[in-house]
Design a protein around this ligand. Sequence first.
Ligand SMILES: [Zn+2]
Length: 168
Amino acid sequence: MRRSLIQFKDKDITKIFEILPTLTPLNDSDRRTICLKQFQFDSKRIIGSCSTTCRKGYPQVIVMYPVNLTSSTISSGILRLTCPHLVREIDQLEREGSVKKYNENLTNKPEIIEDFLQSHETWRTIRKLAMNEEEVSFVQTKLQDRANDVFESGLIGIPKGRYLSISN
Ligand SMILES: [Zn+2]
């Protein structure tokens, strides 16, 4: 458990913006921020939002910090869809069985498998960059043996042991 602590330094958010070039910090006066207010996320919990907005001005996705010491909460899924129109469309795709189709691709399309594994690595890195030592200690204290599930999870918090599966 201690071993993984060495990998965590103070948060280096600039690296996250390098990894995700379309991520933009929130700015109080900007329309994206105003649209996000309806989700009632504390803006201090948001690293940034996707610079692309829909026609109604909603950012499509935000990236959040995994740990909130103020509310003592931990969330390994640090990506949130924030455009209600996009959420509705994705819900529709899921109702039509897209998750099953996607999982099938993850068992028989090597090029997709490789991309998906790379995405997990990227999100694992981002999550680590978004935690400082105090937050890492908090996760270890609170989750004990399950702390590494948070540190090692990939895209949308998928645990390492299930990297090649998505569920809904
Ligand atoms: Zn929208």
